[in-house]
Design a protein around this ligand. Structure first.
Ligand code: ADP
Length: 481
């Protein structure tokens, strides 16, 4: 891998300010062609324990610094990431597969959390409370929760780390991160820059390893850990929540979704099609807020489908580092097989493939961007998060009915509404049981707004003022007469 700053390529774990080997190593491969990118330390539960011990030891000093002092270090980290953004994007594309332009976007998005929370931590105001008793004085102060552990996924190997680590560090917490097995290099490169920025030893630790359950048990059950934060599948999230119960840890969970995308008859069809492409095919559909069920009013259905088919046909597929590529491979073969199965199941039940629907000859992890119509709510493709480049369209006629269908899922992460009628848009936005609603756009994530889900899509919010609050305890102080 050719980088302007080769020092960013790290293959050891970062524990207590040291780069450490583990007992064995694990291979990291390019999902586009299977090429070996390197072998990282295959950390164990014992390494996770060492990292928690280091984070615990580093907490008193880091938490006692002023917010301004912590902010200064975090701003250096932010600047180093921006200065090295091209290399970081390259590492990300090579281990994850997304097109380089998307990877560059992720690096900037990821860095923006560090800048935002560095600013936000200076405003950790408490309150003075009008007392119920004339002799008493009541107030609150906000203090960092303590050691924070994070488990992150492979679909956003950079931003899912900064969105957790930045507010935690800004609040005065120390962190231990276990990145996904598929994408450890982005995490280690971020850590290398954190070291250079001057984060003290033990404040940030990364443990990579194939024994995710063993490492996960330490991060969710060690009594020295105050808070656990996870992004990943709902199934694993539920397991980890149960593990956290043993020591009543604070928890944040960003889990799966089943996003509806509703196109009303009063929508601007161009806008709707562009928004749909943006939410559906970015990162080959491997995004928790990606559109999963597309509901189109019967009177605009054919026009919408025709335009969407043309957009899908125009997508350029290939290795993420190639010029002009819009979509790369999926992360691994298992994901391709799953998506293929969902399409076959839908077709067997009467859906029609308009375009795509098969693997591509580019390599074993490539699946064609696909549009299918005639989908119904009982098909697996409408019930499960497809997490792939499959646009699955169904028709509707009545507003009440489509809102009911859109809400009829255990998930509640993101939903999309396309309508030029402001009264309808407001009504539907309020009626949808989701944590985030995008109206007339397919792109909505930003540092300054709260990201998170309702129902089985999660607990807590990341980003915005809410994202900072997750890492403080509010302490009530009562001074007697
Ligand atoms: P995905 O299906 O997107 O890979 P997962 O929920 O399986 O989502 O993975 C998200 C993160 O959770 C990854 O870092 C993965 O290594 C980790 N993980 C998976 N299973 C476990 C487990 N049993 N305990 C702890 N971490 C796990």
């Amino acid at each position: 891998m050719k980088l302007a700053n080769p020092d960013l390529l790290k293959f050891q774990n970062y524990i207590d300010g040291e780069w450490r080997d583990a007992e064995g190593t694990a291979e990291v491969r390019d999902p586009a062609n299977g090429e070996l990118l390197g072998k990282v330390a295959d950390g164990s539960a014992a390494d996770a324990e060492a990292a928690v011990a280091a984070a615990s030891a580093a907490f008193p000093e880091w938490s006692r610094r002023t917010a301004g002092e912590r902010a200064a270090v975090l701003k250096r980290w932010y600047q180093l990431i921006m200065d090295n953004s091209e290399d970081l994007a390259r590492i990300l594309t090579l281990e994850q597969g997304k097109p380089l332009a998307e990877a560059q976007g992720e690096i900037i998005y990821g860095a923006s959390f560090i800048e935002w929370f560095a600013e936000e931590c200076r405003r950790a105001y408490g309150q003075t409370i009008p007392s119920h008793n004339p002799g008493m004085r009541l107030s609150t102060i906000r203090q960092p929760v303590g050691v924070v552990t994070c488990i992150t996924p492979w679909n956003f190997p950079n931003a899912m780390i900064t969105r957790k680590a930045a507010p935690a560090l800004a609040a005065g917490c120390t962190v231990v991160i276990k990145p996904a097995l598929e994408t450890p290099l982005s995490a280690l490169a971020l850590c290398r820059l954190a070291e250079e920025a001057g984060l003290p030893k033990g404040t940030i630790n990364v443990v990579t390893g194939t024994d995710a359950p063993g490492i996960g048990r330490v991060l969710t059950q060690d009594p020295r850990v105050a808070k656990f934060t996870f992004t990943g599948s709902t199934a694993v999230g539920k397991l980890l929540m149960a593990q956290c119960a043993s020591t009543v840890k604070k928890m944040s969970m960003e889990l799966g979704g089943n996003a509806p995308f509703i196109v009303f008859d009063d929508a601007d069809i161009d806008t709707a099609v562009k928004a749909c492409v943006a939410t559906k095919f970015r990162n080959a559909g491997q995004v928790c807020v990606a559109t999963n069920r597309i509901y189109v009013h019967e009177s605009v259905h054919d026009e919408f489908v025709e335009q969407l088919r043309a957009e899908v046909a125009a997508l350029k597929i290939g290795h993420g580092t190639e010029e002009g590529v819009n979509m790369g491979p999926m992360i691994f073969r298992r994901a391709v097989d799953r998506v293929q199965g969902l399409v076959q199941d839908a077709v067997a039940a009467g859906a029609k493939i308009e375009i795509g629907g098969e693997q591509l000859p580019n390599g074993e992890n490539y699946f064609a961007p696909t549009l299918i119509t005639g989908v119904t709510d009982n098909m697996r493709i409408a019930q499960e998060e497809n997490f792939g480049p499959i646009a699955a369209v169904q028709k509707f006629t009545e507003e009440d009915d489509v809102v009911r269908r859109a809400n009829d899922t255990p998930y509640g992460l993101a939903a999309y509404v396309m309508s030029e009628n402001i009264r309808r848009a407001n009504r539907v936005v309020e009626a949808l049981e989701y944590g985030m609603i995008a109206c007339n756009t397919g792109v909505f994530s930003t540092t300054v707004a709260p990201f998170g889900g309702t129902k089985e899509s999660g607990i807590g919010r990341e980003g915005g003022v809410e994202g900072m609050a997750e890492f403080y305890e509010t302490k009530y102080c009562c001074f007697g007469a």
